[in-house]
Design a protein around this ligand. Structure first.
Ligand code: UDP
Ligand code: MG
Length: 317
């Protein structure tokens, strides 16, 4: 069976790694071609996510040299998830199967062999799962694992230790395109698609060159997005807190009345202050959480396009 494979790679300021990434992928694609596993219409599709460096120039020259390389240029930086979706939605018209991976070669290119085998066996989605996390700093490892646990605790269906290295069949990506939400958290959305799925383990290498485009600030925002896009448990937690506080204040009320009736009532300044602060804080917290969801509704209601493609490079056969 020879299928059309598109490898989709979002790139943001990746001029340092792109030439090497292209070389590795060209080798890999050539080996698949030689083995008759993929057709000559297969492509490596780079999505330039509004980079301010030479990323798009490099993609253009790669395309000039070899039609294996295709490119999509976004009109501005829209973030990793949107860039990836732009690539997938462009590829789905041509491809039978798509693999998404990072530009920095952290995702082991060789793991694609096994992903393709699973696809050939009839799986629609193959998740790349990291075997170990020893290339991460202790901090990144702890926060990442804490995040996956939290997500599972909140009842969100995500694949443990899977980032965005995955294979998807044409119909799986077509299904993904049906999700019109603006707050994109692909790791949460893809398991919602269903179909036959499996995982493939791989070792994640350190970044080839350049620096991470996910500083702590972006990582925290991404995590918050993931939680509030898929779980309403935080809002229930606030409700529960409110109920508990109400019950406690009822007991306090009875206790105060009894004390008063017994004639020991001394105005308790400290307890008063404490409850004012505590309740005030709780209310603010509640409003904050509600605000978070209202903000989401606001974003979704506008139904803005998630990206705008400026140009596409792809020579059809
Ligand atoms: N990326 C992107 N747009 C952004 C940030 C990142 O397209 O705004 C791409 C980046 O070029 C890379 C992938 O997303 O291919 C993952 O980013 P990175 O390797 O910096 O993240 P990390 O591996 O450190 O989590
Ligand atoms: Mg990386």
């Amino acid at each position: 069976m020879s299928c059309i494979l598109y490898v989709v790679i979002p790139c943001y300021k990746e001029e340092e790694v792109l030439p090497e990434t292209a070389r590795r992928l060209k080798e890999k694609m050539a080996s698949y071609l030689a083995a008759g596993r993929i057709s000559t219409a297969s492509r490596v599709l780079f999505v330039n996510d509004g980079s301010t460096d030479r990323t798009w120039e490099i993609i253009r020259s790669l395309h000039e040299e070899d039609k294996l390389f295709a490119g999509v240029n976004l009109s501005r930086n829209r973030g990793h998830q949107n860039a990836l979706l732009a690539g997938l939605e462009t590829a789905v018209n041509e491809a039978d199967v798509m693999v998404s991976m990072d530009a920095d070669l952290q995702d082991d290119v060789d793991a694609m062999d096994e992903m393709l085998s699973r696809f050939e066996e009839g799986y629609d989605i193959v998740y790349g799962v990291r075997r170990r996390r020893d290339t991460d700093t202790a901090f990144k490892r702890a926060t990442a694992q804490g995040f996956y646990r939290l997500m599972q605790g909140l009842g969100v269906d995500i694949v443990y230790n899977h980032a965005d290295y995955r294979l998807m069949s044409k119909r799986a990506v077509q299904a993904l395109c049906e999700f019109t939400e603006v707050n994109l958290f692909l790791r949460g959305i893809v398991p919602q698609i269903g179909f036959r799925w499996t995982t493939v383990e791989y070792d994640r290498a350190p970044r080839l060159a350049g620096e991470s485009k996910y500083p702590l600030r972006k990582m925290l925002m991404f995590a918050a997005d993931g939680i509030t896009s898929f779980s309403i448990k935080p809002i229930r937690l606030v409700l529960l807190c409110g109920a508990v506080v109400c019950a406690v204040s009822l007991i306090m009320l009875i206790w105060t009345l009894v004390t008063k009736l017994l004639g020991h009532a001394i105005a308790g300044w400290s307890s008063l202050m404490c409850s004012i602060w505590f309740l005030g804080g709780l209310q603010l917290l509640g409003i904050g959480v509600v605000g978070e969801y209202v903000g989401k509704v606001y974003g979704e209601a506008k139904r803005r396009p998630r990206y705008i493609i400026e140009s596409v490079l792809n020579e059809k056969e």
